[in-house]
Design a protein around this ligand. Structure first.
Ligand code: BTN
Length: 326
């Protein structure tokens, strides 16, 4: 389905695509607006951080786009995800906002992004450290035709999309630690929190929340996670623009959702297994009150971890906390 872009997105796209100046006539004509309305739009974009040069009689040139913006993200997202977008300076948790919007009927693909979260949520009731202006905090409303027992596929799908996007944009060697930790050099660079509302036979809606540490400096990590967490900046030694990275995540998610719909789960599971840092390793998994040690043999078709215990019996684990033990 072709999506219609808003005027601001189309203007940003037009300026981005041009190698130099775009005349007022061309821009106004493409958007179907008068020169005065175009001038108003240009100034509104400038107020939101777009550096746009204007030359009388020649036109407009995009000198620099802000490092992270709704317009940039919407103009680069090519699938259905991001058609509707809420971009906030600050919120408690983008997952809470997205769950609220989904309950009110927000369509599949609605994206909520924040520059900062005051109550960022991690898995298992943990807190997600969410300082301002550095990282990606993004939640996506999905309305997939899936049985609730297959909800885990959405987490696997999102972790594959995040891993592919980070590899593509940064060249880092990204791995996934079961169930959905995005890791580089054995440290956590990102995580995924899935929340769902379901009928007995179908998921009514799901929210996939993704937190990716992008430009967080070593000194920004609280002592409690300093040794176990990392960021793209820490790993590559340089800052990265968040707009193309977040857009790549949405685009990979769109592609994987299409593949899941058309070809079933096999291609997704294959990709997840290829990216996994867990399979074949000796691990300790805590599921609720129980802690099990064994070898991670694989994941089944529902994304459950298959653990071979020391008595050689196999156990399937749906969710939990996993650490490598050697
Ligand atoms: C984990 O514990 O690994 C999951 C972390 C998920 C964090 C993201 S940040 C965007 C979204 N909003 C939240 O409150 N949490 C998720």
């Amino acid at each position: 389905m072709k999506r219609s872009k808003t005027g601001d997105e189309r203007l940003v796209k037009l300026l981005e695509k041009a190698s130099g100046f775009v005349s007022g006539q061309e821009a106004g004509g493409t958007l179907g607006i008068t020169r005065a309305a175009l001038w108003k739009r240009i100034n509104a974009l400038r107020a939101r951080g777009f550096n746009i040069e204007a030359r009388r009689g020649i036109g407009y040139r995009l000198v620099e786009a802000p490092e992270f913006s709704a317009e940039g993200l919407k103009s680069s997202a090519r699938g259905r995800l991001g058609r509707a977008m809420v971009f906030l300076d600050e919120t408690g948790s983008t997952n809470d906002v997205a769950m609220g919007l989904a309950a009110e009927g927000a369509p599949h693909g609605t994206v909520v992004v924040a520059e900062r979260q005051s109550r960022g949520k991690g898995r298992l009731g943990r807190r997600w450290v969410s300082p301002p202006g550095a990282n990606i905090y993004m939640s996506v409303v999905l309305r997939p035709a899936l049985h609730p027992r297959d909800a885990t596929l959405l987490t696997l799908l999102s972790s594959v999309a995040c891993a592919y996007a980070i590899i593509e944009r940064t060249g880092l060697e990204v791995k996934i630690k079961w169930p959905n930790d995005i890791q580089v050099s054995g440290r956590k660079l990102g995580g995924i929190l899935l929340e769902t509302r379901a009928e007995p036979d179908v998921i009514s809606y799901a929210v996939v929340g993704m937190g990716i540490n992008v430009n967080m400096k070593a000194s920004d990590f609280p002592a409690s996670i300093k040794e176990i967490a990392t960021s793209v900046l820490k790993e590559t030694g340089r800052r990265h623009r968040r707009t193309p990275l977040a857009a790549a995540i949405l685009n990979h998610m769109s592609d994987e959702l299409k593949t899941l719909e058309k070809e079933g789960r096999k291609p997704l599971l294959k990709k997840w297994r290829e990216l996994s840092s867990t399979l074949g390793m000796k691990v300790k998994v805590t599921e609720g009150e129980e802690t099990l040690t064994g070898t991670a043999m694989g994941i089944d078709d529902e994304g459950r971890l298959i653990l071979r215990l020391s008595n050689r019996k196999l156990r399937k684990i749906s969710s939990g906390d996993l650490v490598m033990v050697g």
